[in-house]
Write a protein that binds this ligand. Structure first.
Ligand SMILES: Nc1ncnc2c1ncn2[C@@H]1O[C@H](COP(=O)(O)OP(=O)(O)OP(=O)(O)O)[C@@H](O)[C@H]1O
Length: 266
């Protein structure tokens, strides 16, 4: 398998309304599995994702599948195989599950991959006629992630899929992403470090609009000094038991989700 990054971002800079939000973000997304994008609130994670997608004006280099895409419009990058599950999920509440999926279809060889989506998420087939607005948070995330799998995408970007969800639902979303990542590599913006520990092999940490750290996720989570310095987490972030694989998510910050979980020892 190729070891070349699927996505290679170098020197990504974003200025909005005269304010420099990103000053030079470097990140690589591995060609398989989950790469986590971490950082404290306001570090620039969502802006990085939006910069990669061309949803905000950006400079620097964004190479996808070995080709420079920084001058491409968003729709052109998406057509090259990027699926995006935004922070607010982008679900149409008044439409059914099936209609939400249908809206995401793109013309292309082979047609939409409903086989894959329904194999990974049988619940979406069972609930095809249900209005999406009546789904649980975890089920809505299935729709959001399922949509990104419909079109043979080569990369999925999921922005804080667990934000605001109850601990039980966080576990459900972890399973959803785990299944999705078996099919397509994922760039996961996440504050819940138990999610990161469970899912991610690699991580990139932002601080003040810059890349502050890159490396194996397990190494970062096992290093109390680094997690404190980079993420504001006071204790070991990787002490999550097998019986309760997901630490409870508190107020949504990295510091609370790991350190206040009661599972964080050492
Ligand atoms: N459209 C905008 N106009 C002005 N400032 C913005 C805009 N979007 C983001 N910012 C600012 O840029 C900084 C980075 O925001 P961003 O949402 O990228 O951070 P984040 O790491 O995703 O944070 P969070 O974890 O809270 O979602 C913040 O200070 C934010 O207020």
């Amino acid at each position: 398998m190729s070891t070349e990054p699927l996505l290679a971002v170098r020197g990504l800079a974003v200025v909005i309304g005269g304010r420099h939000i990103l000053h030079g973000v470097d990140l690589d997304v591995a060609p398989s599995g989950v790469t986590a994008l971490l950082g404290r609130n306001g570090a620039g994670k969502t802006t990085t994702v939006r910069g990669v997608l061309g949803l905000v004006p950006r400079t620097g280099s964004v190479r996808f599948l070995g080709e420079e895409t920084v001058r491409l419009a968003t729709h052109a990058l998406v057509r090259r195989g990027v699926g995006y599950a935004p922070e607010d999920r982008g679900i149409f509440a008044a439409l059914t599950v099936a209609e939400n999926l249908r809206l995401a279809e793109r013309p292309g060889a082979g047609g939409p991959a409903y086989g894959l989506v329904h194999e990974l998420f049988p619940e979406l087939k069972a609930r095809a006629k249900q209005l999406a607005g009546t789904l649980s948070g975890g089920q809505q995330q299935m729709v959001a992630i399922g949509r990104t799998l419909l079109n043979g995408n080569r990369l999925i970007i999921a922005d804080e899929p667990t934000k605001g969800l109850a601990p039980k639902v966080v576990t459900e979303v972890a399973r959803v992403l785990e299944r999705a990542a078996q099919a397509v590599p994922v760039l996961l913006v996440e504050q819940n470090l138990a999610m990161v520990r469970r899912l991610a092999e690699h991580c990139v940490v932002l601080a003040d609009g810059r890349t502050a750290h890159r490396g194996p996720a397990a190494d970062l989570l096992a290093d109390p000094e680094a997690t404190r310095r980079l993420l504001g987490v006071g204790r070991r972030a990787d002490a999550v038991s097998e019986e309760n694989p997901m630490a409870p998510q508190d107020t949504g910050t990295a510091a609370t989700s790991a350190a206040d979980s009661g599972k964080a020892g050492a």
